[in-house]
Each structure stands twice: as C-alpha cells, then as structure tokens.
Design a protein around this ligand. Sequence first.
Ligand code: BJW
Length: 226
Amino acid sequence: MLTGAGISAESGVPTFRDAQTGLWAKYRAEELATPEAFLENPRLVWDWYVWRRQLTAQARPNPGHFALVELAKRVTDFTLVTQNVDGLHARAGSRDVIELHGNIELDVCFDEGTPVGAGEYRDDGSVPPRCARCGAYVRPGVVWFGESLPRRALDRAEAAVGSCELVLSIGTSSLVQPAAGLPLLAKRHGALLVEVNPNPTPLTPHADYVLSGPAGEVLPELVRAL
Ligand code: BJW
C-alpha cells in the first residue's frame, strides 16, 4: 500500500495541496517545504511546522487508517509505505510503517542531519531552536523538495513493489517523485494496481481499478467485502 495526505484528510489534517488557511493563506505549502525557504526565513517555516505539529498531535486516526490495520491481518505479506509525516498509521496500530518523507515529530540538526533530542537544544531562547552541539538551527525531521529520501526506507519500498501482487495507491495526488513512481513500478512487475481517491490523478489512467471516494469510507467497505 502507498498512502498520501488524503488518508488523513478525514482526521482533520489538511492535504498538502489544499489551500492553506489562516496565517498561512498567502503561502503555498510547496513554497514552505524546501531547504531554501528554511534558510531564507527559518522562523516562518519553523512556525508553520509548530502549527502543523499541533494539528497532527490533536488528530486521531480515522476508519481508513484502521481498515489498513485490519487488512494487514488478513494478508500474508503486507507492506505499508506512506508519504505522510503525521504518524497516524502507527497510532492506528499499523506496524513497521515505511515513512518515505520522515516524521513531523522529530527534530534534526540542519547542518549535521542528526536527531536532536531532549537536552540537546542550545538554551538561548532562539526560534527555531539551535543544536547544542554545533549551534546550527534545528529543523523538522521531514524530507523537503530537492532532498533525498531516507535510503533504507526507499530501498524497502522499492523491494516491496518489485515483488507484490497488488498495490493500492490511496489518497495521493501522485505528483511527487520518487513516491509517485512506486505504484507504476509495481504494475511493471505484474501487480494489479488499485487507486483509492475521490479525484482523478495522473495515476488514474494506469489503474486496473479505481475506487472513487474518501478512503475513510472506501477502505472499510473493501475490508468488509473480503
Ligand atoms: C483523498 C481524500 C480522502 C482528499 N480520501 N483521498 C522526477 C521528475 C520530476 C521531478 C522530480 C523527479 N524526481 C524528483 C523530483 C523533484 C521532486 C518532485 O517530485 N517534484 C514534483 C512536484 C515535480 N521530488 C523531490 O524533490 C524528492 N526528492 C528527491 O527525489 O531527491 C532526489 C532528487 C532531487 C531533485 C531532483 C531530482 C532528484 C523529495 C520529495 C519530498 C516531498 N516532501 C513533501 C513535504 C514533507 C514534509 C511536510 O509534510 O511538510 O511531502 S511535499 C508533499 O507532497 C509531502 C507529501 O508527502 C507529498 C505528496 O503529497 P500527497 O500525499 O500526494 O498529498 P496531496 O495533497 O498532493 O494530494 C492529496 C490527495 O488526496 C489528492 O489526490 C486528493 O484528491 C486526495 N484526497 N481527500 C482519499 N478523504
């Protein structure tokens, strides 16, 4: 399975390409999720993540997330790959989730790329905070445009799509590479491709089946039908 922001939409987490609201209405998410944006205006980008962290912390997994937990129990070999950084699959009970774009809860040092944990922040009131080891800014542990995906996560995802019989692409606009290429890779290896999305995407013409609707309704129905 490959999931995207759409599966968390029914948990109240805005999708990435939804129009931004409130303070952020004048920015496009794509303009904030880059290392260049952070270097140019660290405070703005940091505050955007503080706001999004609050949103995801308050969000609860929805029936779509829970349906994938159930599906995993009924399938011998099940791999869940997500582009989401919100951690909602794990909170629903999914195990061993492959997070291609990192996790919004984590902090890492901008210069060293290593995790920054409790007691490792410089105590100077800086926003964003600074790494106590080297003084560089701390940033969220997510993958921004132009950055490489975590090698192990991508290797595992590619191995899974190279050998699976069925791939579900759920709640993703299928625009962002390399994740968007994974379902097509699976199809080239002979897998059946099913898309779950209320809206068409560039993947739709390649899908063997399109289940057009919200993941929180379609996935529980799919599990019931098994
Ligand atoms: C519902 C629903 C409901 C609504 N139920 N569904 C090859 C060709 C061209 C460009 C590139 C390429 N290879 C790499 C690139 C560059 C770039 C890229 O892909 N650009 C394209 C946009 C053109 N990729 C990268 O830079 C990646 N790095 C990389 O490849 O490194 C090597 C390299 C670099 C540069 C050049 C070449 C190689 C990194 C990508 C990192 C993406 N990071 C983000 C931010 C994460 C942190 C954060 O959250 O702040 O990840 S961007 C954003 O997009 C986020 C998402 O995970 C990702 C995908 O979005 P997603 O999940 O699809 O969400 P939406 O909002 O787009 O769509 C929601 C969908 O849900 C919609 O379809 C709705 O209809 C649907 N929906 N309600 C089901 N209830």
